[in-house]
Design a protein around this ligand. Structure first.
Ligand code: MN
Length: 290
């Protein structure tokens, strides 16, 4: 994924292999987003003919650290202090040409939400090392199934298993984060996520969630097309699909409902309306199951 950007900037990227397999408990998509953020920064804020080296180490027992080392200009102590602050211009994140959509501030938030740590070491004239660190966990049972895309709510579930499953198909990290935060307050709901219609459909077919929340503007097939595909598949046809879209014109809403959405919510997400609709859809799903 990162190779075209590296080539464009004339940077060579090296990934040092892991000595042994490591497992962490984290959201696969989020970890990937964070790594892409660190990698693209390492490439963009580098020198011509520079290098980016990705290494792993056990900085502390029971944890794994993945470091992204660049050969850029490095950062002063004053710059380092500002790095993870919102609204700073230092990282020039507003002009993110690659469009990964997330910057260092969001990366830090995501890593910490997943129980990890993010940090940086830098020396002026030599370059910077950005790293993330997570606690190691045991190898999951192979039979645990679709750990590929399935993600458990970031909330630690203390009191038994969640009874409902919600699949959220969304490509916008900010909306995803908001819904994750809302669902964290609902330990009865397990949240699965997908970033595009195709993987959303796959996950719906394997996980059979109680309710699906579908963004409309998605990369690849649209949320409307994804919903239609689910509606003609007899394994998923019964699942209520709630649209969540920035297209807030009355005509968009009417078209959405006509297409077969259970409800049509517009962005920005209104928490009360969201919770009410979610409960309504869960109730509907339950009735349908009986
Ligand atoms: Mn979208």
């Amino acid at each position: 994924m990162i190779e075209p950007l590296a080539q464009k900037h004339g940077i060579s990227v090296t990934f040092k292999p892991f000595a042994t397999d490591c497992y962490i408990e984290a959201d696969r998509t989020r970890v990937k987003q964070v790594l892409i953020n660190l990698l693209s920064n390492g490439i963009k804020y580098n020198k011509v003919g520079g290098t980016v080296v990705v290494e792993n180490s056990q900085a502390q027992p029971g944890s794994i650290r993945v470091s992204v080392r660049d050969s850029g200009a490095g950062l002063t102590a004053a710059q380092l202090a500002l790095l993870f602050q919102p609204f700073n211009r230092l990282g020039q994140e507003a002009s993110d040409e690659q469009g990964t959509g997330i910057g260092l501030v969001v990366s830090k938030r995501l890593v910490e939400l997943m129980g990890g740590v993010i940090g940086v070491e830098s020396s002026v004239g030599e370059g910077s090392i950005f790293w993330i660190e997570f606690r190691l966990t045991t190898e999951p049972f192979a039979s645990a199934g679709s750990t590929e895309t399935a993600t458990v709510s970031l909330e630690q579930l203390h009191d038994g298993e969640p009874v409902h499953t919600l699949l959220y198909v969304e490509d916008n990290p900010a909306n995803m984060l908001l819904v994750e935060n809302i669902i964290e307050r609902r330990p009865d709901i397990r949240l699965l996520t997908a970033r595009d219609g195709k993987s959303g459909i796959e996950l719906a077919r394997t996980a059979l969630p109680d309710v699906i929340l579908m963004d409309i503007n998605l990369p690849g097939i649209s949320g409307i097309d994804a919903m239609k595909i689910l509606a003609i598949d007899k394994t998923t046809a019964h699942i209520p699909v709630v649209a969540l879209s920035a297209n807030a014109m009355l005509r968009d809403i009417e078209n959405g409902l006509k297409a077969g959405f259970f409800r049509y919510l517009t962005k920005p997400i209104k928490i009360n309306e969201f919770m009410y609709t979610l409960d309504l859809a869960l109730k509907y799903a339950k009735r349908d199951k009986q």
